[in-house]
Design a protein around this ligand. Structure first.
Ligand SMILES: Nc1nc2c(c(=O)[nH]1)N[C@H]1C(S)=C(S)[C@@H](COP(=O)(O)O)O[C@H]1N2
Ligand SMILES: [Mo]
Length: 394
């Protein structure tokens, strides 16, 4: 194996921050406390959620590490880190969100299958690396190609980790060739996260970052890239991460009837309050994140302190000192989340609700029941927290 290997046990896992809430230990799945998310627009690496399906791979020799590129392209090629480093480097601020974010809340309606997550299976990082479009050009596929002469229409990313869902094989996924060769789609082969070398949990030495798409397609610990005619047939593309209607259950499911989920829908979450917060007086700050997939901006965030009867509009911002304008790429980070904030005065108890609208006017569903699905993905229902005012003499 070229300088990297996927261990079959958990004896060599990397160190992790003690404040992470562990949702599964082996494989390691953890998220930060929700309040940590809103302390910084760029999520510090140690607080960034970790979503794994097997033991973390080990790099024995970075000099020997290479990614093989093959499939429907003439000759296959080995790319070493020095080949990747030589390409123009881009820093892209992009929010990664697991499709299972907010799954625990969905499972309260009806049981779902999968690791439970609160609201922090999401993070915003500045990813540094080469554009996949440049990498593919290097091996002879021009920009904006939707099909190669030999019929390649998808780009498959294969890892080196050992996943039980793949019967001990590696994690894999694919994206359409047209997205991979479009430089504006900003798909990266990233070797840096927030200006530092990628760490082991997040895919060292090289990972894919597909902005605006569910985290599942951003394959970590890249081992090979294949140009293929049909989308990847791996477990995580074909038998997982698909959105089914509420009536589909484990007895009547037919996986082939649905497409693999790619873009994520509009989402927003209140992070400054927990269920149930007791506050000293009636003044509260309602702050959280809002994000949409496909590069769509956040047009509006509505907040209610009476369970959704009346609404106010929250302010939105990304970086301090610059105004956030949805879909203005010169001012705002198109692939990144937006923070929202508003203050409110509440009586003795209140249901606080937040919902976002994206730049295509997509809205969040009111009730989780309406989007319930057996795998518990894409819970984007109105986010609600309950707050009580405590009567102390302080
Ligand atoms: N090789 C590999 N890549 C992977 C995964 C994995 O288990 N193995 N998990 C995927 C999923 S489901 C998500 S949400 C993101 C999580 O990335 P992070 O751990 O860097 O936050 O990685 C994706 N890439
Ligand atoms: Mo995920």
């Amino acid at each position: 194996m070229p300088g990297i290997r996927g261990p079959s046990d958990y004896s060599r896992e990397p160190p992790r921050h003690p404040s992470l809430q562990i949702n599964a230990k082996e494989p390691f799945n953890a998220e930060p406390p929700r309040s940590a998310l809103i302390t910084s627009y760029v999520t510090p690496v140690e607080y960034f959620y970790k979503r794994n399906h097997g033991p973390i791979p080990i790099v024995d020799d970075i000099e020997r590490y290479s990614v093989s590129v093959s499939g429907l392209i003439g000759n296959s090629k080995e790319l070493f880190m020095k080949d990747i480093w030589r390409l123009p480097k881009y820093n892209v601020a992009a929010t990664l969100q697991c499709a299972g974010n907010r799954r625990t809340a969905m499972s309260k309606t009806r049981t779902v299958k999968g690791v439970g997550w609160d609201v922090a299976a999401i993070g915003n990082a500045v990813w540094g690396g080469a554009k996949l479009a440049d990498v593919l050009e290097l091996i002879g596929i021009p920009k904006y190609t939707s099909s190669t002469p030999s019929g390649g229409k998808h780009v498959e990313f294969v890892s080196i980790d050992k996943c039980k869902e793949e019967n001990g094989g590696p994690y894999k996924a694919s994206i359409p060739l047209i997205q991979a060769t479009n430089p504006e789609a900003d798909v990266l082969l990233a070797y840096e996260m927030n200006g530092e070398t990628l760490n082991r949990d997040h895919g060292y030495p090289l990972r894919v970052v597909v902005p605006g798409v569910i985290g599942a397609r951003s394959v970590k610990w890249l081992e090979s890239i294949n140009i293929i005619s049909e989308e990847c047939q791996g477990f995580f593309m074909q038998k997982d991460y698909k959105m089914f209607p509420p009536r589909v259950n484990w007895d009547n499911i037919n996986w082939s009837t649905r497409r693999p989920q790619m873009d994520f829908p509009v989402q927003c979450v209140i992070c400054s309050l927990e269920d149930v917060n007791v506050v000293k007086n009636g003044k509260i700050t309602i702050k959280g994140y809002a994000v949409s997939g496909g590069g769509r901006g956040i047009e509006r965030v509505d907040v209610s302190v009476d369970g959704g009867k009346t609404w106010v509009e929250a302010s939105r911002f990304q970086k301090s000192g610059s105004e956030y304008i949805a879909d203005d790429d010169s001012k705002s980070d198109k692939w990144a989340w937006v923070f929202f904030e508003t203050e409110a005065e509440i009586p003795w108890s209140a249901e606080i609700v937040a919902k976002a609208v994206d730049s295509a006017a997509n809205v969040q569903p009111e009730n989780v029941e309406d989007v319930w699905n057996l795998r518990g993905i894409l819970n984007t229902s109105w986010h609600r927290v309950h707050v009580q005012v405590g009567h102390s003499n302080m």
